[in-house]
Design a protein around this ligand. Sequence first.
Ligand SMILES: NC(=O)c1ccc[n+]([C@@H]2O[C@H](COP(=O)([O-])OP(=O)(O)OC[C@H]3O[C@@H](n4cnc5c(N)ncnc54)[C@H](OP(=O)(O)O)[C@@H]3O)[C@@H](O)[C@H]2O)c1
Length: 246
Amino acid sequence: MIGAGTTAVVTGGSSGIGAATASLLARRGCDVLVTGRDPAALDTVARHAGARACAADLTEPGAAARVLAAAGEVELLVCNAGVGWAGRLEDMPEADAETLVRVNLLAPVQLVRAVLPGMLERGRGHLVFVSSIAGSMNVAGEAVYSATKAGLDALAASVRGEVTGRGVGVSVVVPGVVDTPFFARRGTPYARRRPRPVPPERVAEALVAAVERNRAEVFVPPWLRLPARLRGVAPALTDALQRRFT
Ligand SMILES: NC(=O)c1ccc[n+]([C@@H]2O[C@H](COP(=O)([O-])OP(=O)(O)OC[C@H]3O[C@@H](n4cnc5c(N)ncnc54)[C@H](OP(=O)(O)O)[C@@H]3O)[C@@H](O)[C@H]2O)c1
């Protein structure tokens, strides 16, 4: 799947995890199209990686279709674009909540709906969703962000059930804390001691490995799987531990 002849679209390719992923995929021979809103940043990533660029705001109607029209026949779709917002839900402006839902959840739905029929027809393709540990752990102070990422996890699991045995793979990448402009952009710096931020290149490597091995889910760093699983079986205990250690 990863190599010459594969066309890959990476949303959120102008920065952080998306830029690192685009560079790695291009180095591995893929024809990569990066998308984001910032044309200058996209251009820099595209030139550096040897990728194509298409500027689009994924909150706008029709943006997903425009990106895919520019890409051509997509074999690998990396739904990575995402925005955060930190604070109590009662203080969150409705417009910000809407932006998070549009970028983090609705855009992946639109992109997948558009690429999946072609992938299934060709019997070849892979969908990647960059989620977050916040989607597994339900972080207080990040209610809408956590909800969009939990929704993305559910979307991926459901689609995987629909495409199994039809030539299309689905992977979810679950990063903990990554050293990118994400926190500065949401306006609230990362203030916890743990988990420690990992470089975006490490997430990109895990993402590419997940596609190559057709893995349903990878955590970065891998130990994050433990609290995520614990929350599934003992939510009250995990919530108490979370309050105690954050
Ligand atoms: N950093 C972390 O600690 C962390 C942890 C877990 C999960 N994640 C997830 O990882 C993904 C990548 O985040 P990152 O850390 O690499 O952050 P980042 O450096 O801020 O990158 C976010 C990307 O999303 C794009 N984007 C934001 N709003 C957009 C919009 N309206 N339309 C189109 N593109 C938009 C940005 O492009 P433009 O600015 O050019 O629009 C940018 O390329 C996100 O889904 C995030 O939730 C990050």
